[in-house]
Design a protein around this ligand. Structure first.
Ligand code: ZN
Length: 344
């Protein structure tokens, strides 16, 4: 984080720094110090906490008023997504400074925009990617461990989804064919998580930065981001989208829901007991949920599970990248199976 000022001066003279009050309290001193020796300056604006059209418009006006020629988001996914959208409206470069490693969004050129009621309105695809993604692993390690574990869940699915997209002849979110590079990055992401995930979580639990934390943070923030953008999304994220409608799962994180989506994807793709048990055991070992009760959902009704299946099987969504046909009933069945299945 000490390097932010020097990094920002390469891309603009006046940076509009977007951060909520909690994040700003933790980072202001370091950010201010980092700009003291830099050629550029910054103006911090308060982020409300929600990436809505209204908030993007308000902060876009702030970018005009401050004559900013660079936007920098500091914080979680919503502040970074907001900074990306503000930058896109002003055609400015943007920098991402994630303070939690909870998803792969910091690297991506996509913002998830929400309505006032909390529902997803749009996934805005921007023409440019962030110019830089600055990650201070000391900050990541100090954040609540649940975020880091959630990031592992989001990144764990990347390789499986890239493989499904590849095998089905599917396309990425940009409607391109997947690249060999995307798959290779997704595979490296997966290997780092499996080889170092447990050690990294243990370190983060005591706010420590080890090489495992460096490696797994890179897997979550960078490799998973490049991996999904160039490799494609499939059932895990499609089922995640469905799970956002499930009563009781409101406080589960993105990565927790993706993990359940991944386990269901394995069932849908016909994974063997051994394959399923292997990934499930890894999820347990890092503290990810492996059934619906882990998301906060107890005893869901058939109708609720069908509703999840209906959203998950939207033919324009990532389910299209599965090499097998998936019906809403099959999604509901897969969720029921993982809820009661412990093959170990
Ligand atoms: Zn994700």
């Amino acid at each position: 984080m000490d390097r932010l000022g020097k990094l920002a001066e390469r891309h603009g003279q006046t940076a509009l720094v977007i951060a909520d009050d909690t994040v700003w309290e933790l980072t202001a001193e370091t950010v201010e110090r980092s700009f003291e020796s830099a050629a550029g300056t910054f103006e911090r604006v308060r982020f409300s906490g929600d990436c809505t059209v209204e908030e993007i418009d308000r902060l876009t006006r702030a970018a005009v008023e401050t004559d900013a020629d660079l936007a920098v988001g500091i914080g979680g996914g919503k502040s970074l997504d907001t900074a990306k959208s503000v930058a896109a409206r002003r055609e400015l470069p943007v920098g991402s400074v994630p303070t939690i490693a909870a998803t792969d969004s910091p690297t991506s050129s996509i913002s998830i925009v929400y309505g006032e009621d909390g529902s997803v309105v749009e996934a805005e695809k921007h023409r440019r990617h962030p110019e830089f993604v600055l990650v201070d692993t000391a900050v990541i390690a100090q954040a609540p461990t649940r975020w880091f574990v959630s990031g592992i869940g989001d990144a764990l699915a990347t390789c499986y989804e890239a493989t499904a997209t590849w095998e089905s002849g599917g396309t990425t979110v940009f409607e391109d064919r997947p690249a060999y590079a995307g798959r290779a990055l997704a595979q490296t992401c997966y290997r780092l998580l499996r080889d170092r995930g447990k050690g990294a979580v243990r370190a983060v639990e005591s706010d420590s930065v080890t090489e495992n934390v460096e490696a797994v943070t890179e897997a979550i923030v960078l490799l998973s981001g490049l991996g999904f953008e160039n490799g494609g999304l499939a059932a895990a994220h499609a089922i995640h989208d469905g799970l956002t409608t499930l009563p009781g799962a409101e406080s589960a994180t993105h990565g927790e829901k993706v993990t359940i989506g991944l386990l269901a994807q394995l069932i849908l793709e016909g994974a063997t007991d051994e394959e399923f048990a292997d990934i499930r055991a890894f999820a347990v070992s890092v503290g990810l949920p492996t059934d619906l009760s882990g998301l906060g959902v107890t005893d869901p009704s058939d109708a609720e599970l069908e509703a999840v299946g209906r959203v998950a099987t939207d033919p324009s969504g990532p389910i299209r990248n599965e090499p097998v046909d998936v019906s809403r009933e099959q999604v509901a069945d897969a969720l029921q199976v993982i809820d009661t299945f412990d093959p170990s």
